[in-house]
Design a protein around this ligand. Structure first.
Ligand code: AMP
Length: 193
């Protein structure tokens, strides 16, 4: 099964993706995680991405499409994957379509978590506080300034991605304001139906 989780920053994509990993045994491919790993390792991609990520802006389509193309070639992604944080632009969505069509593959589901914008900043603040409590390091972009840039990037560049998939009939929208378990259940129904 190949699926995409769409939704603004703080919508709960990471949490739900992890649950889908556990349930379906397919990997979560988070471009954010891959880019953060590249930044940490100081790779050429990481060096290019670091500043733009810290500011909350989007890394270029070329870079991100390249890392996804490599990642879906890996053995664990052969039986399927959950894309989290990708595609974030219509250009990336088109590139993904070409990539999959070239392999004779298609997307099974595009699931969008729909959330109330005012709740998002609170969620990001909670995520930072929980990370601190657990002794972890808060993401460089989990602060109100970068968050605003991330939300603006989402509205300008990623919201059209949902319209792109609605056109092909593969999009399902889920109320992401429900409690976490209820969102998980709704995602399960959307995948089953
Ligand atoms: P995330 O963990 O998905 O919130 O991503 C963190 C940051 O990584 C984003 O704010 C962007 O700077 C960058 N990023 C992650 N995925 C993408 C993508 N598909 N396209 C462009 N930039 C991305």
């Amino acid at each position: 099964m190949r699926l995409i989780l769409l939704g603004p920053p703080g919508a709960g994509k990471g949490t739900q993706a992890q649950r889908l990993v556990d349930k379906h045994g397919i990997p979560q491919l988070s471009t954010g995680d891959m880019l953060r790993a590249a930044v940490k390792a100081g790779t050429p991609v990481g060096l290019k991405a670091k500043a733009v990520m810290e500011s909350g802006g989007l890394v270029s389509d070329d870079i991100v499409v390249g890392i996804v193309a490599d990642r879906i070639e890996e053995a664990d992604a052969k039986k399927g994957f959950i894309l989290d944080g990708f595609p974030r632009t219509v250009g990336q969505a088109e590139a993904l379509d070409r990539m999959l069509a070239g392999k004779g593959l298609k997307l099974d589901h595009v699931l969008e978590l729909v959330v109330d914008e005012t709740a998002l900043l609170k969620r990001i603040e909670n995520r930072a506080a929980e990370t601190v409590k657990a002794g972890g390091t808060v993401r460089a972009d989990d602060n109100p300034e970068a968050f605003k840039v991330r939300l603006d990037a989402y509205k300008a560049q990623t919201a059209p991605v949902s319209a792109y998939y609605a056109k092909t009939g593969v999009l399902k929208q889920i109320d992401g304001m429900q409690p976490i378990d209820a969102v998980t259940a709704a995602l399960g129904r959307a995948i089953a139906g």
